[in-house]
Write a protein that binds this ligand. Sequence first.
Ligand code: COA
Length: 335
Amino acid sequence: MKSNNKTHIKAAITAVGGYVPENFISNKDLEKMVDTNDDWITARTGIKKRRILNEKGKGTSYLAINAANNLLSKKKIDPETIDLVIVSTITPDFHCASTAPTVASAINAKNAYAFDLSAACSGFLFGMSSASSYIESGRYKKVLVIGADMMSSIVDYNDRSTSILFGDGAGAVLVEPSKNGYGWEDEYLRSDGIGAEWLKVKSGGSLFPVSSQTLKNKWHFITQDGKTVFKSAVSEMANATEQIIIRNKLDSDDIKYMLPHQANKRIIDATAEKINLDKKKVLMNIEEYGNTTAATIPLLMYDYEDKLKKGDKLILAAFGAGLTWGAAYLTWAYN
Ligand code: COA
């Protein structure tokens, strides 16, 4: 339900940062690793490359720290003014301790507390929901939301159904009280645990702690039922977006851009078609990065920041493991 008891404070994204590693695996590289080919991957997914962090001793925190530092230095923000750092990720440095405190310390956010949020490819949307609520309530003034995933750490490079899709990256946004009336307008978020089976890393949690058997079964890698995930992603992303459009009385002409989770170009195209949105309004960078899980939407904001103008009506939509999904409507707050 749309909240009826919002305070007068509106939350807005006021700065964006991003980071992807230089190193990449191209479709041609994958041809040497699994039974696949550039034409098939390009036609079936829209992906050409995925960035890979393959430096020893560097994990997801490294990606997140770089994205956050990029944001802070661009806007000359004093990290000591940050109240909270949320890192949305399914590939934390460790199972315990969480990654966000490492990131907060590394960027010198001395006065912040920090926590991880696990919602897979919907992680950025769920993180924005938390951040905007903290701002709207008046409790905090500066919240950093970082979507960061090092998917190469859980991908089986012998599995052609996943290795073609995922890459590493991080995107960061600063959420503050809006000064001009633009910002986070509405969100529609959902989850359904019935679908956990379709997309998961089976071992390493409390149900199947790592053992020689789980390693032998390769349960430490991400696996999926690609076709089922595909269909659910299209129908749920489209449905969530429709809900947002209807209850905010938006016309598709009103929408400046849609920033969808970058899982598969065909999922994005089918979703746009279902909601009758002109494909020119749909922002994409999947060709270059593949699916970076929690990082896809903030990385779109980072790549297209120059195009986004004050007052632009934007739709975000995501779908991921859990299952988790949702859509959000925001008005862009700065030029
Ligand atoms: N390279 C080459 N050929 C491949 C291939 C690959 N990587 N994967 C499958 N194929 C072949 C199959 O063998 C099959 O051949 P056949 O017709 O001769 O039997 C054909 O391509 C179609 O296979 P299918 O499994 O139906 O492919 P698909 O069109 O469903 O594409 C995915 C597979 C994984 C790309 C697609 O299902 C997908 O993107 N699903 C969503 C996954 C996702 O986004 N997960 C994260 C969500 S956040």
